[in-house]
Design a protein around this ligand. Structure first.
Ligand SMILES: [Cu+2]
Length: 141
């Protein structure tokens, strides 16, 4: 958002200091940038896991999907926030990538073999609530 405000400020400065043609070019470049940002979809969904190591594995799996721009898993809430380019990928691809790394999501069951290969501390409870409020601290192991 700051970048957009900055661009507007730049355009304002340009129109004061330069000829009309240059100012017009700058406006077109800004329009392209805004439409790129609009293609980004923000999504949150539940993912089971225990600890900081789980966080690394889950986020790495999500980020491995082409088109994912950011992934942040919350250990207390058992929930991930992802930002992705919806012209390159979709929600289900991200669910599946996380499940392949051994973790359950709301829509995909974690791969059992990958789960078995997780460190012991990461072998989360398959009955664990997802999408928690985060008010109750998760058990420290
Ligand atoms: Cu863990």
């Amino acid at each position: 958002m700051n970048r957009v405000i900055l661009s507007v400020a730049v355009i304002a400065a340009m129109s004061l200091t330069s000829c009309k043609n240059e100012a017009k070019k700058e406006t077109e470049a800004t329009a392209t940038e805004v439409s790129k940002e609009l293609a980004m979809t923000e999504l949150s969904f539940g993912v089971r896991g225990n600890c900081g190591m789980c966080k690394k594995t889950i986020e790495k799996a999500a980020n491995s999907v082409d088109g994912v721009a950011s992934a942040n898993w919350d250990v207390d809430k058992k929930k991930i926030d992802v930002t992705f380019n919806d012209t390159k990928t979709d929600a289900m691809a991200i669910h599946k990538a996380i499940a392949a790394s051994g973790y359950d999501t709301e829509k995909a069951t974690g791969d059992l073999e990958a789960y078995e290969n997780l460190p012991d501390c990461c072998k989360y409870d398959h009955e664990m609530m997802m999408n928690q409020s985060g008010e109750v601290k998760a058990d420290v192991h």
